[in-house]
Design a protein around this ligand. Structure first.
Ligand SMILES: [Zn+2]
Length: 413
């Protein structure tokens, strides 16, 4: 018996194609799929509206948990040239998971929207980090990045280490913790860390390969295999961490955000106009007992005006997150940007997570995000993630605590 296919209507196909500018969404392809017919009236279209979750019950990538209307909606469609349309469905779609296609769709639609609005964005993208050798992980492991990425693991399993290595794209100073190598002054043998060696593959906007090796008092930096004192292409990495020991002071707010007061005041004005995900309508005032401290008073969603210092730690997190997202959006107009957020022990309701994730993965959000967190079942329900778990290696022992990175598929296959 023939199985029912949930095909897109012509209107939905047109919507999927239009959102993509009739260009292929496969990374770096961007092929135009529509043109005038040669010597004839009319036009020719070689593009395909591909299903992310499958139109047929036994099709590539399965049905997820989607209802029939969801399968037929434009949200479930990604526009491809004919070559890439057949490529992604080969092997039952096993090589191209649903969440990968969702991310490609988001990136491509964002690019097209930017072009359409004639807004220049210095387009950049971190593809992956290859960990060649290091003290905490098994050798030769790789983390692929999409638009919104999650790394989960228990305390002291190397989440912050990965963040620090990524920050080396914009600031080599963050490698200091990895031994005296950064200073060029060798420490006594026993204090030396094991060698650290990693590569970051990224686009800015052309393809770049950053190789970093810390060994015997030396930090060797190479870009595209050429030795350089430091990476000279501007890549912006913004870092925010939330340790559990939150002091409820506004001073901390300023310090955590790592931005000067003028920028902070201007971001506040910007946010007062645009609204954050949670932040509304705030103002800064000088503290009565300390000249160097400024207090923020604002609303949390539609609640009353309150002092930041008197909010709960999760409310403080959401307000600071809004400031960081605003900062990343503004700075990504000047240089490609990665926003890193370390949640540490903070956990929220699924609704709150959903609001943040939807914002960070939306086509209109012009930067990549990496969030690190303790392992939590709550994350399992979100398909928007590109997720990596840090787990104990088979060679793990208390003398040799070494971990492995495991790619976690979020699709419902
Ligand atoms: Zn293509």
């Amino acid at each position: 018996m023939a199985q029912k296919r949930e095909n897109f209507t012509l209107g939905t196909k047109t919507e999927i194609a239009s959102r993509s500018g009739y260009r292929c969404s496969y990374p770096k392809c961007g092929k135009t799929t529509v043109s005038a017919r040669q010597h004839l009236e009319g036009f020719e279209n070689t593009g395909v509206a591909c299903h992310i979750y499958s139109a047929a019950l036994d099709g590539p990538r399965g049905r997820g948990n989607l209802s029939s209307p969801e399968i037929r909606s434009s949200k479930n469609g990604v526009w491809m040239c004919s070559e890439h349309a057949s490529k992604i469905d080969k092997n039952k779609g096993a090589d191209y998971k649903a969440e990968v296609l969702q991310q490609w769709k988001a990136i491509h639609e964002h690019q097209i929207a930017q072009e359409h609005l004639n807004v220049f964005h210095p387009y950049g993208w971190i593809e992956n980090i290859e960990i060649k050798s290091c003290p905490i992980f098994e050798n030769n492991q790789k983390i692929d990045f999409q638009k919104l990425n999650l790394i989960t693991g228990n305390n002291s399993t190397g989440k912050t280490a990965i963040c620090e290595w990524l920050i080396s794209l914009s600031d080599l100073g963050r490698l200091t913790r990895w031994g005296s190598a950064i200073t060029g002054i060798p420490k006594p043998e026993k204090e030396l860390f094991k060698p650290l060696k990693f590569n970051i593959n990224y686009w800015a906007p052309n393809k770049q390969n950053l190789k970093i090796e810390l060994k015997n008092g030396n930090t060797a930096v190479k870009i595209n295999n050429n030795t350089t004192p430091f990476p000279s292409i501007k890549y912006n990495v913004i870092y925010l961490s939330f340790e559990n020991n939150i002091e409820n002071t506004n001073h901390r707010f300023q310090k955590k955000l790592g931005i000067d007061l003028v920028k902070l005041a201007n971001i506040t004005k910007h946010l007062n106009k645009e609204n954050g995900i949670f932040y509304r309508n705030g103002r800064w005032s000088q503290s009565e007992d300390d000249d160097n401290t400024f207090n923020l008073t604002c609303k949390f969603l539609e609640g009353p005006q309150r002092s930041f210092g008197l909010m709960s730690s999760s409310e403080q997190f959401f307000i600071m997150l809004d400031f960081m997202i605003a900062r990343a959006s503004i700075e990504s107009k000047q240089s490609p940007t990665l926003l890193i957020i370390e949640l540490e022990g903070l956990t929220f309701s699924p609704q709150r997570y959903r609001k943040i994730f939807e914002h960070l993965s939306a086509p209109s959000t012009p930067f990549q995000t990496l969030i690190t967190a303790y392992s939590d079942d709550t994350f399992d329900e979100f398909a928007l993630w590109h997720r990596t778990d840090i787990i104990k290696s088979e060679n793990y022992s208390s003398q040799n605590p070494v971990y492995r990175l495991e790619k976690r598929s979020q699709s419902h296959l």
